[in-house]
Design a protein around this ligand. Structure first.
Ligand code: ADP
Length: 261
């Protein structure tokens, strides 16, 4: 618990700092982009400086993209919780996720029967799924399979689980599994830290998993990564059960196994 508290304090402090810096930085970038636009008006394609000016503008735009991500991270987003059915959310998102991962990776979705509802923020949960799937994709440059699974975990089952801070109760478990590179222990220890990344400059911000962590904590859930180098990684997210699934919804979440390859 202490470790979790320290983590969220740290994230808040870094978030505030990053937000302040990003804000000022964004103003400067707006000026750089604006002035390069002005210069581009004077130098048409074919002019000796045109290519260099385009480089300045493109890189300034990329930097602006990064600062936007930073601002989104630091903004204390107000949560709008509602009662949600995870299988439906996953199914709705699957088309977008499939498009994001490309053709060399297959996406499988497996739902347990009569999955309980959870109380959470829809946009936040979608963010969690997107961040985990993007990471899974990046861990499989040569292709592989991403499996998203939902299941009910009873308090009895939960009490046999044992990881730091975990409190047994009824949960809906959502798992995102990949067949990628996996992570060594020294990486695994740092993944939830803001700005920790092993990706090359410009590819990763190191904010994906700290955002996921923050959302899961806000939803009073738990996140637990299991990873083996050379085999793959599974992120397990436990969200507190809200209630029984309605019969209507149970009918809608009909197909229990879906292969979107
Ligand atoms: P980013 O993706 O921008 O690097 P994240 O916070 O999302 O930031 O992830 C931090 C680091 O955790 C990644 O750089 C990577 O080293 C590691 N990681 C996250 N997800 C996976 C995964 N599914 N497989 C292997 N490594 C991962």
């Amino acid at each position: 618990l202490e470790a979790q508290f320290a983590q969220s304090q740290k994230m808040q402090a870094i978030g505030q700092l990053a937000g302040g810096v990003a804000h000022d930085f964004n103003n400067l970038l707006t000026a750089i982009i604006g002035f390069s636009d002005l210069l581009l008006l004077k130098h048409k394609p074919g002019d000796p400086s045109f290519g260099e000016l385009m480089q300045i503008k493109q890189n300034a735009n990329r930097a602006a993209g990064l600062t936007r991500q930073l601002l989104a991270f630091s903004r204390q987003q107000t949560m709008r919780p509602q009662v949600l059915e995870l299988p439906l959310i996953v199914d709705d998102l699957a088309v977008l996720l499939k498009r994001m991962i490309g053709d060399h990776i297959s996406l499988k979705v497996e739902h347990g029967r009569d999955i309980w509802t959870v109380r959470a923020d829809l946009v936040q949960l979608e963010q969690v799924m997107v961040n985990l799937v993007v990471n899974a994709r990046d861990a499989m440059p040569n292709g592989g399979t991403i499996t998203i699974r939902t299941s009910n975990i009873t308090e009895g089952e939960a009490s046999s689980l044992n990881f730091e801070g975990f409190v047994p109760a009824d949960y809906v478990l959502i798992e995102v599994q990949d067949t990628g590179t996996g992570m060594p222990q020294e990486v695994l220890e740092k993944i939830f830290e803001p700005f920790f990344t092993t990706k090359e400059l410009g590819k990763g911000t190191g904010l994906g998993l700290s955002t996921v962590y923050g959302i899961v904590k806000q939803t009073e859930g738990f996140i637990y990564p299991v990873s083996t180098v050379g085999v793959g990684t599974t992120f397990k997210i436990f969200l507190p059960r809200h209630g029984e699934v309605t019969t209507e919804a149970a009918g809608k979440a009909a197909a229990p196994v879906k292969d979107l390859t």
